[in-house]
Design a protein around this ligand. Sequence first.
Ligand code: GTP
Ligand code: MG
Length: 386
Amino acid sequence: MPTNLPAEAKAKWIKVMEAKTPEEKIAAIEEFLSSVPKHKGTENLRHWASRRLAELREELEQKKRRKTGGGATFFVEKEGSAQICVIGLPNTGKSLLVNKLTGAKTVVADYEFSTTFPVPGMLRYEDVLLQLVDTPPLSPGSRVLSKIIGLARNADALLIVIDATKDVLEQFTIIKEILEEEGILLTKPRGRVVLETYRSGKSGIRVTLMGRLIDATSEDIRKLLESYKIYNAHVKIYGEVTLDDVEQAIFENVTYKPSMLFINKTDLSKPNDAVLNELRKKFTGPILTGSAKTGIGLEKIGAEIFQYLELIRIYTKAPNAPPSQKPLVLRKGATIYDVALSIHKDFIEKFQYARVWGKSSKYPGERVGLDHVVEDKDVVEIHIKG
Ligand SMILES: Nc1nc2c(ncn2[C@@H]2O[C@H](COP(=O)(O)OP(=O)(O)OP(=O)(O)O)[C@@H](O)[C@H]2O)c(=O)[nH]1
Ligand SMILES: [Mg+2]
């Protein structure tokens, strides 16, 4: 639904986009909210703005706490190759799962709301470390809901734990609705809008169509952005996108999170095929089953995360030396440029050529340039000038 914001409110949005510090952002969002009329069309936006305010205030509080060194915080520093937030309704087995997979000392208890703070742990998949974060339960009335949402938004992926002894579809629907209301989508939207705005310059508004605009033209996008006082921007459209989607992108209030389901406690009860089929209609990501208690099904989780996130490992080597034992972990589609940049930015400036062994090379030790696309387990040797 279009927001139909008055010009005054739209003009204030630019202040939010330009705000840098959390303090400035809070002030700008408050100012913006005060001029947003209350009607159905602005409901999502107002909701999002209040949530964002809560998150920013929390961020400020945490900063203070870190400075004074006191108290536990909800912020979990990323470690390893990806951070995966383990979320779910109360008592579904999140803490036991994270404990079994990583050895982290989580609180496991036979009552609801036993976890009150996030606890990270490292899951090893072959030679890759993945960070799992146990979280307090998601629940519509929870006092820490916005904090859990903040964790989820910041993570690279979500692992949603569902209790097989209860209504599986119902739990999935509840979680999906809570997350959607907070602007986190579990399934890839049909289209995607990437909006890059520039503070200065005279580039104007450029629209690149990698997909299709539905019932709208590039000119409509330009008018929409200009009504928000955005005059310099690059809008990239992927898949099928409406003008509403573009307006959503202005507010950055929807993000897609790669997600997987783990249906837990299958030692007690197994979801039947009809339920699984129904679930597959609603959810396109991987659906795993198993038991945190007996350990069945847990061995597949690491590989599944690695593949689903499309991670690849690159072993770098110096000329006449063996490849490093520890891989660089990048995303599928990465090039020699990304490999060089991960080592040091000097490697880009002084780059001469690289040699590649492995799946992406035509023959062992093939000589390639910066735009060569690498693949999992490739060995890369970079030659630099001087
Ligand atoms: N039988 C069985 N019990 C399990 C399994 N996983 C967890 N449990 C039990 O379920 C209860 C809840 O487990 P927790 O890991 O604390 O669940 P949680 O999701 O972290 O709970 P909250 O933090 O309160 O949301 C504990 O008594 C666990 O021992 C499982 O696979 N099978
Ligand atoms: Mg727990």
